[in-house]
Design a protein around this ligand. Structure first.
Ligand code: NOJ
Ligand code: MG
Length: 610
């Protein structure tokens, strides 16, 4: 009887105690290890460089870092071509360096999230070499297909079909040993794994276990929606051609030339993601934290949100690329509201939203939206509900570097074979080294030679040292808003978004019993008067964070119905402090009654028996 009572009580308590789902309102900072900090002077960023800078990230207030791939790789696609998923790239350090990074991060309370690249390995991986040699058990690890004889020349073997790589040109490469073609949706050195082979699925799960056992807090999953191709057994054992998309200005070598009905968004993908979620959830009890999974999928909204789960099974947080791609330099406040509402209204109930301002594949905010909108975009991603993603350098307003054709390293740009227009495809400008200070190589490296990509030209003025202890700077503003994001109203409160005009966007966060916040963006180059009467909050408000273009300074008091917001100002206002209560029942809360219950139980047990 007692046992039953105790288990019922324990289960009830376990439900009431807030599980550590830390990521639901986290600020996650993406590190591109190659460009963050070089500790050994070879011009390439590395793990010890990251460890050295962890105190900076702690001070900034980020909850977690996501590291772009750190695994062994020939670096044809800068780490997204992995030779061994369980080994550290020698350019970036050793496993000992990784363990040390984990230890330091744990000491500081920063979680570590890793990049997980399931779609492809490097063509130098053992698995691929074995598969090319048809070694038993490995024959079907990759997507292999016979070539077609050329109708014009019987000595010429053509690729199996017309599929095109995302990086241009045929997605098939002939392998002389195996005498077949293999599929590569990116560079030739990135053969696609075959997810119709359950052994491949098991191997990849094993990779997740390996890093989870090392204590990482989750994964960002690369290129998830191209993991499956059409099932050839349903097409006479062949991979059928894809139809042309009709996209103007494209040639058969361009990825956009085809409509990718056989190479992406296949139905089978979702279950694999849900399986990974189950695997990650095994660690909730073991590590006393929920692991985050964020999936990279550039697709329509309906395909994207299916990654969240299907109502029965849980999935991942799909990156909100509608936000990233839907907002442009020209977007006005109504466009912002529409793009934000679109995600909030279509995301399944109870799931976590997320706001992606940039990443290592996209032009930087200051270049894409213009430098006048840097604070606005940084603030918005932090004030909206859910996960905020910051790509390294956005907190100091870095802009795209200009990289000449000869300095170009990105395979996507090199594959254009076009020294004039390559820049349209190049991701190098967003990957230039982090600008720590105004010294040589922007303090990124003490190399006597070059850095792997040149530092952006503006490093002498745009750098962390110039912003870190300054009242008005992108960094100070970012840090202030990161701190505000940790308050109960922003973590769990209601969100109200309105565009009182095309120039003004207001996002308000409120939670009863806690200070509320209103963030205002003036997108125009005129001062605007804003009336917040309709949003609630108190009549008098205080400036909690003030962007570089705001004349209202931190600490200033304003009256809610008439706030003068200077051109391009991004600002956060708050009510005055009330009883802060994070609303969670902590384990401590239950300690006393539990202890009392067991004391009575023990007393009665011994008293009755003896
Ligand atoms: C997406 C990554 O973000 C990108 O950098 C990479 O080139 C491709 N996936 C291939 O892994
Ligand atoms: Mg180095």
């Amino acid at each position: 009887m007692r046992a039953i009572l105790i288990s019922v009580l324990a289960a009830t308590f376990a439900d009431l105690v807030c599980a550590d789902v830390w990521w639901e309102s986290a600020t996650i900072y993406q590190i591109y290890p190659r460009s963050f900090k070089d500790s050994d002077g070879d011009g390439i960023g590395d793990l010890n460089g990251i460890t050295e800078k962890l105190p900076y990230l702690k001070d900034t207030g980020v909850d977690a870092i996501w590291l772009s791939p750190i695994y062994s790789s020939p670096m044809y696609d800068f780490g997204y071509d992995i030779t061994n998923y369980k080994e550290i790239s020698s350019e970036y350090g050793t496993m000992e360096d990784f363990d040390n990074l984990m230890k330091e991060a744990k000491n500081l309370g920063i979680r570590v999230v890793l990049d997980y690249v399931p779609n492809h390995t490097s063509n130098e991986s053992d698995w691929f070499v074995k598969s090319a040699n048809r070694e038993s058990g490995y024959e079907d690890y990759y997507i292999w297909a016979d070539g077609k004889l050329s109708p014009n020349d019987s000595n010429q073997l053509l690729p199996p079909n017309n599929w095109v790589s995302i990086f241009r040109k045929s997605a098939w490469q002939y392998h002389p040993i195996r005498q077949q073609f293999y599929l590569h949706q990116f560079v030739i050195g990135q053969p696609d794994l075959n997810y119709r082979n359950t052994r491949v699925q098991e191997e990849m799960k094993d990779v997740l276990h390996f890093w989870l056992d090392k204590g990482v807090s989750g994964f960002r999953v690369d290129a998830v929606n191209i993991m499956y191709e059409v099932d050839p057994s349903k097409h006479d054992g062949k991979y059928p051609d894809e139809p042309p998309s009709g996209t103007p200005g494209t040639t058969p070598d361009d990825y956009e030339y085809l409509d990718h009905i056989y190479t992406k968004n296949m139905e089978e993908t979702y279950d694999v993601v849900y399986d990974w979620r189950d695997l990650l959830d095994e660690y909730i009890a073991r590590h006393n934290e929920s692991k985050v999974m964020m999936t990279e999928c550039y697709a329509d909204l309906s395909d994207m949100i299916r990654y969240y789960g299907n109502g029965v099974r849980n999935g991942s947080v799909p990156f909100n690329f509608l936000y990233l791609e839907g907002l442009k330099k020209e977007s006005n406040a109504e466009d912002f509201k529409m793009v934000i509402d679109n995600w909030m209204n279509n995301m399944p109930a109870g799931k976590t939203a997320n706001w992606v301002n940039g990443n290592h594949d996209q032009s930087r905010v200051g270049t894409r939206h213009g430098v006048k909108r840097i604070d606005a975009l940084n603030m918005l991603a932090l004030m909206l509900p859910g996960i905020s993603l910051t790509y390294q350098g956005e907190e100091i307003g870095m802009t795209d570097g200009s990289i000449s054709w000869t300095d170009t390293k990105d395979p996507q740009a090199c594959n254009t074979d076009d020294p004039t227009n390559y820049w349209m495809k190049s991701r190098d400008p967003a990957r230039t080294p982090y600008q720590w200070d105004g010294s040589k190589h922007a303090g990124f490296s003490n190399s006597s030679g070059d850095t792997w990509l040149p530092v952006a030209d503006n490093y002498e003025t745009v750098n962390l040292a110039a912003q870190i202890n300054v009242v008005k700077s992108h960094y100070t503003f970012y840090k202030d808003v990161v701190a505000i994001k940790k308050s109960p109203a922003v973590r769990r409160g209601n969100m109200d978004i309105r565009a009182p005009s095309k120039d003004i966007l207001v996002v308000t966060r409120q939670l009863s019993g806690n200070p509320g916040f209103a963030s205002i963006i003036n997108l125009s180059d005129q001062q605007q008067r804003v009336n917040l009467s309709a949003v609630g909050l108190s009549d008098r408000l205080r400036v909690a964070a003030s962007g570089v273009d705001c004349t209202l300074e931190k600490g200033a008091q304003v009256t809610k119905d008439n706030i003068a917001v200077s051109p391009h100002c991004a600002i956060v206002l708050t009510t005055t402090a009330q009883n802060a209560n994070n609303g969670c029942l902590t384990p401590k809360f239950f300690m006393k009654p539990l202890f009392m219950y067991f004391s009575v139980f023990l007393y009665r047990y011994f008293y009755i028996r003896y």
